[in-house]
Write a protein that binds this ligand. Sequence first.
Ligand SMILES: [Zn+2]
Length: 416
Amino acid sequence: MLAGTWLSGCEVALFVLITASVHAGMGSERRVSEVCAKCYLDGAPILVRIDQAGRIAAVERPSGCPDGLDLYVAPGLIDNQVNGYAGVSFAEDTLKVEDVRRATQALWKVGVTTYVPTLITAPQQTLVHSLRTLAKAMREPDIALSVRGFHLEGPYISPEDGYRGAHVRQWVRAPNWEEFEELYRAADGKILEISLAPEVPGGLDFAARCAQMGLVVALAHHNAPAEVIHKAADNGARLATHLGNGCANLIHRHDNPLWPQLADDRLMISIIVDGFHLRADAVRTFYKVKGPERTILVSDVIALAGLPPGQYEHGGRTLVVDPAGVVRYPEQNVLAGAARPLSADVANMMRITGCSLADAIHMASRNPARLLGFQDLGEILPGKRADLILFRLNEDGLEIEKTIIAGRVVYSRREE
Ligand SMILES: [Zn+2]
């Protein structure tokens, strides 16, 4: 899958490290009954009591915490767009359940407690294999803690250069319901979200059918005219996926997909705030329009995330991991995905827009939970599942000290 013999060594080392840190993490001895730390909402102490079922039983506001106030506590991060991580790509003919476990455990280390494995445009048989494997992985209790379903980004997107982004043209196709049904069956009905281009033949009807089935319909990699975008929202589209990306470098100043997606209040937006995918002023502008209630941060990380800088053969393309932390696709002069985890985007968002930690966490946890209908996640409230992260805040992001899922510690930095 990836180039370079040293890489397989790197993957093995990573695997051993992660396994060692979380193996004990699934045992009952890792259960926690309470957490006291600085609350992400206001920085004041908060005591979270957790019941035996791993739910938040009560939330109190003590005057201090027994271990001091070195750490913040926040709901675990929810990443709506993860193509792969730690050397694992989800859209692969060779994907195995163990690969999904490896990516999941690596994501726990960076504070992601729930994520939506995302499959970009690929041959039908690859998508079928990947979805079958992901559905099988979800039957494993540890993986099921973090994965509730999948995001299909493509293959029903624009074939045009620029709008197509780094998706391989050969596998881009027009919406086909029979084909989609095969994917849906392979996924065991667990496709939660589909990102598509509404202007392609049959796109609007397809969007309506998906929305009627209860899927989150998102607009992505498209060059739809304004009226088609608004019609897609009429038909149930709810999100503009990674707004400002999946778009040609040169666009018409009036007739482009950005304005209508910003203007239509029915569409939330997801944005990649890794410092590369969007300029700072675009992030500020998008945020001013959509606000902290309708903006979602996504990482869009790919398998190369976290690997050393260099050139890699990946998914039929030659990609370059830039030393600064982004993946480029030089042949099309576009970005091919991100290399920094969602926790980095949270700190970037605060730095770029001046938003509070509370709002940045809402955009990386509460808002995606609402979009996806995960009613038990995304906030620290009685009755919610005790998915918590303990962290320090610094320039590079959130330095994760501990990750807790359903009241159990699944990652602890000190034990590495
Ligand atoms: Zn994309």
